[in-house]
Design a protein around this ligand. Structure first.
Ligand SMILES: Cc1cc2nc3c(=O)[nH]c(=O)nc-3n(C[C@H](O)[C@H](O)[C@H](O)COP(=O)(O)O)c2cc1C
Length: 215
């Protein structure tokens, strides 16, 4: 593995620096580069909404109030069938390892920083048309992953999170998003804080578990 590649360097960053705003031109480059993702027939089904400055601060504050008051999330895209046993087992192992590494204080930080939307100075929201082929969700995922990888290429860090789109109203109040688009996912971008919370190392299954080869 190439340790310097963005693919290998990328990991979830759940606490961003407060002070450092991100250059708007860099953020625009990141979105442009992510837009090079392949898509079915070059359909490019994604749209991106970028919150920075006072807008992102307002969203973070509203979100914090909802999260700390335990308001139930109402995402616009809901998994139709839940998780397979294979996925459940992967999540269980990940949570157990994270819990152990973080300890009580770190776990508190984990939820606190989710509620604070990771202190992110920039959040990019991804939408796709409400009426979409399943292939468009695949394409939007490629776009979202591109955002994260490009951020690392630019010396930044990124965080893909459900938490970011858990309360769609706070986002729709900040932007004019057409009703025929659904909020699919959010990607936060910024400079990472030097914190234990940002040092989680998640494992991946051995290749044999998810790769079948026939020669
Ligand atoms: C679609 C998606 C949603 C996620 N939602 C959250 C979230 O709401 N909160 C959180 O702390 N992490 C969230 N994560 C981060 C995952 O937990 C993380 O990517 C996973 O554990 C693998 O770790 P790594 O990103 O460091 O490789 C999300 C990741 C993805 C791809």
């Amino acid at each position: 593995m190439n340790k310097n590649s963005a693919l290998v360097k990328r990991h979830a960053v759940r606490a961003f620096e407060d002070k450092a705003a991100v250059d708007l031109n860099v953020l625009k480059d990141i979105v442009k580069e992510a837009g090079l993702a392949p898509s079915w027939g070059n359909s490019q089904p994604w749209k991106a909404y970028l919150a920075v400055g006072q807008t992102v601060k307002n969203i973070r504050e509203t979100h914090f109030n909802s999260a700390t008051n335990h308001v139930k999330g109402s995402p616009e895209v809901v998994s139709p069938k839940g998780w397979s046993d294979y996925a459940k087992n992967n999540m269980k192992q990940t949570t157990a390892k994270n819990d152990q590494f973080l300890g009580d204080d770190g776990n508190q930080d984990y939820s606190d920083f989710n509620a604070k939307l990771f202190n992110a100075p920039a959040i990019i929201y991804i939408t796709i048309p409400k009426i979409s082929s399943a292939y468009s969700t695949y394409d939007a995922g490629a776009f979202g992953y591109g955002l994260a990888l490009s951020a690392y290429e630019h010396g930044l860090a990124a965080m893909t999170a459900y938490e970011l789109i858990r309360y769609p109203k706070e986002i729709r109040d900040a932007f004019t998003i057409p009703e025929d688009e659904v909020l699919m996912m959010g990607v936060a971008i910024g400079y990472p804080q030097d914190k234990k919370l940002n040092q989680l190392h998640t494992d991946r299954n051995d290749l044999e578990k998810f790769l079948s080869i026939e020669d």
